[in-house]
Design a protein around this ligand. Structure first.
Ligand SMILES: Cc1cc2nc3c(=O)[nH]c(=O)nc-3n(C[C@H](O)[C@H](O)[C@H](O)COP(=O)(O)OP(=O)(O)OC[C@H]3O[C@@H](n4cnc5c(N)ncnc54)[C@H](O)[C@@H]3O)c2cc1C
Length: 479
């Protein structure tokens, strides 16, 4: 069946893209628009990777990773996708925090955060301005020695409440910790602070449908349910891929699969320099997630309690506690009917950061038990904000790091790819093997919907210039 899906594929493509996460889709689209012949191979039956959704009987539909992204998505979607996609992006205005240190609601932008920091937390306005400016000024080429913990210590010493306000949402958005380089915080925080949090109206299903349409218009050969097993190389150059036992030749490969899997499994460590492999092996994976999906019965309604609710009963922000199995820090994403205009349905998704190691080795029985515990504690927490919510819910289920690994093949279900050091390894791949590129959640900065899309564009440009040079030298050799 899967082999049949490649029966009418061409023998050669300029570029083969492995994986249809947002970075893979965007890379493929840009390469096709540049005139390259592109084959996109996705192992799942759906395109989108972590940007996905699922349906359940009773008319329920759940989005997995559509909780919020920065305003930059509008520009990126307009420039690299279509105006229609960009026009469906709308702001979420109700972001709530509720924890033992503070309870407040914000529009999550620089003006409102400044007001909250000054009026609610009593910080000097100048200190807040200096902090915002320092965060905004950070870029990848900066000194990477300062940690986020040191950044907060410099501006808000002894203020664990302020640290929690500034850090908790970003830790949910990119898996960064207080001990990661401060730029992993500064860049993502500043992206959000520019104009708040946005979401795609119509749901992830509509977004991916629109992207598929655009890819087809631009001539990308899209194939799902095809797992790439091997990236073929000869004399340090990419020659093609093997998928479902079929070899397809190409000029370049853009892998959107997990960085470490690409290097260690699909290409093979023996094909790289020892020093590079050492560096690649040392790259740490980012954390994974757990979610609880709660579907509200048809005909039931919910009062508006905000769009995103960051809730916790932990006394302070703690990066380690945030991933623990008995976590109390979670984000409730509230999906009111306007997420899918025309619908009258409500859904709630609870997301928590999680460690692969806490879930991977459980026996089948313990795994089920822990999932039920996660569901129970999540519903208990939600009752505080929506009393009697259990009576309104007629579908509930949970996912764990194992679920994310299963559906996306991201090693250890890593929600945001790799830690910071992964970015350099990803960027250095083509220096090791000609024609081999990687784009996808990596290095914390290039993660989330916006990071993945933007990295897809950056790498597509590199692939395109590589192909241009390659074709020019082939023409010269032939003449
Ligand atoms: C629970 C959760 C909540 C999130 N919330 C948000 C949010 O609110 N906002 C936000 O901006 N981001 C969020 N994210 C993160 C965001 O979804 C990801 O960072 C982003 O979608 C990753 O895109 P990607 O292109 O890097 O790769 P992925 O989405 O991981 O896609 C990789 C693709 O490659 C395919 N693949 C892998 N190996 C092979 C192979 N051998 N052959 C063929 N195909 C292969 C996979 O099936 C997959 O489709 C969330 C993620 C999770 C899990």
């Amino acid at each position: 069946m899967a082999r049949d899906r490649l029966a009418d594929a061409k023998d050669y493509y300029d570029v083969i893209v492995i994986g249809s996460g947002l970075a893979g889709l965007t890379g493929a689209n840009n390469l096709a628009k540049a005139g390259r012949s592109v084959l996109l191979l996705e192992q799942h039956y759906n395109f989108g990777g972590m940007a996905t959704w699922f349906k359940r009987p009773g008319g329920h539909i759940f989005d997995i990773s559509l909780h919020g992204f920065p305003v930059g998505m509008i520009k990126s979607c307009r420039k690299y996708w279509t105006r229609e996609i960009a026009d469906s992006i709308v702001q979420l205005k109700g972001v709530r925090f509720d924890n033992p240190q503070f309870s407040l609601q914000t529009t999550f932008d620089r003006v409102d955060f400044t007001n909250k920091l000054v009026d609610h937390f009593g910080i000097e306005k100048q200190t807040v301005e200096d902090f915002f400016n320092a965060s905004r000024a950070m870029d990848f080429y900066d000194d990477q020695a300062m940690t986020t913990r040191e950044l907060f210590q410099k501006f808000f010493p002894g203020r664990s409440d302020v640290v929690r306000f500034l850090m908790e949402p970003i830790a949910y958005a990119n898996g960064s910790t207080l001990d990661d380089p401060a730029i992993t915080y500064g860049i993502v925080f500043s992206n959000f602070m520019s104009k708040g949090v946005y979401i795609f109206q119509g749901g992830t299903d509509k977004l991916i449908r629109m992207m598929k349409t655009e890819l087809k218009v631009n001539g990308v050969d899209l194939r799902h349910s095809i797992c790439v097993d091997k990236i073929c190389t000869e004399d340090g150059q990419v020659t093609g891929v093997v998928a479902n036992g079929t070899k397809i030749a190409c000029g370049a490969v853009l892998s959107n699969a997990n960085l470490k899997t690409t290097i260690e499994k699909m290409v093979g460590p023996e094909k790289f320099d020892d020093a590079f492999i050492k560096e690649a092996k040392a790259v740490r994976l980012n954390n994974s997630s757990c979610q609880v999906y709660m579907g509200i019965k048809k005909g039931e309604t919910l009062d508006n309690i905000g769009d995103l609710l960051f809730t916790s009963v932990d006394p302070e922000f703690d990066s380690t506690r945030l991933c623990a199995k008995d976590v109390t820090s979670r984000t409730f994403s509230m999906y009111y009917p306007d997420i899918r205009p025309g619908s009258d349905r409500y859904a709630i998704v609870s997301s928590t950061n999680a460690n692969w190691s806490d879930w991977a080795t459980l026996s089948e029985q313990d795994y089920e038990k822990e999932k039920q515990h996660l569901i129970k504690t999540t519903l208990d927490a939600l009752e505080k904000y929506i009393p009697g919510v259990r009576q309104k819910i007629d579908h509930v289920e949970a996912s764990t790091p194992k679920t994310f690994e299963h559906y996306t093949m991201q090693a250890q279900g890593a929600t945001f790819g790799t830690k910071f050091e992964g970015l350099q390894v990803s960027m250095d791949l083509p220096k090791q093997i000609e024609g081999l590129f990687h784009a996808g959640s990596v290095g914390i900065i290039m993660s989330g919907w916006l990071g993945a899309i933007n990295y897809g564009v950056i790498v597509a440009n590199e692939v395109d210039s590589f192909m241009l040079t390659k074709l020019q030298s082939q023409q010269q050799a032939a003449s």
